[in-house]
Design a protein around this ligand. Structure first.
Ligand SMILES: [Zn+2]
Length: 106
């Protein structure tokens, strides 16, 4: 490979997606210790500010796992290449004027 080689290096995962995954992991670490509420639930805070807890049909660990998976999905989805096939449809963004006018004429 020379300095004049025009082909960029091929990477299996973009830096943006790698960074999003790491950022999601660090933004959603549990902080403090597990606390027990007067009604018998157990809770722990997340670095994002959300209180994670158990419930009538789920454990605290299940909530933590789901929370981290959702955070990772949102972070990766936001920077994923356009057009990539998805299991979960991309949430609609603010409609452009072209989309809005098309919607009213259909
Ligand atoms: Zn969080």
């Amino acid at each position: 490979m020379t300095v004049d080689d025009p082909a960029p290096p091929v990477v299996p995962v973009s830096a943006e997606m790698r960074y999003a995954k790491v950022r999601a992991a660090t933004d959603h670490t549990t902080v403090g210790v597990v606390c027990e509420t007067p009604d018998g639930r157990v809770t722990i805070a997340c670095a994002c500010g959300m209180e994670l807890t158990n419930g009538p049909t789920w454990t605290l660990d299940e909530h933590i796992r789901l929370h981290r998976a959702e955070a990772r999905y949102l972070a990766l989805s936001a920077v994923a290449p356009p057009g990539i096939p998805r299991l979960v449809p991309l949430a609609p963004t603010t409609a452009s004027p072209a989309t809005a006018s098309r919607a009213t004429t259909d």
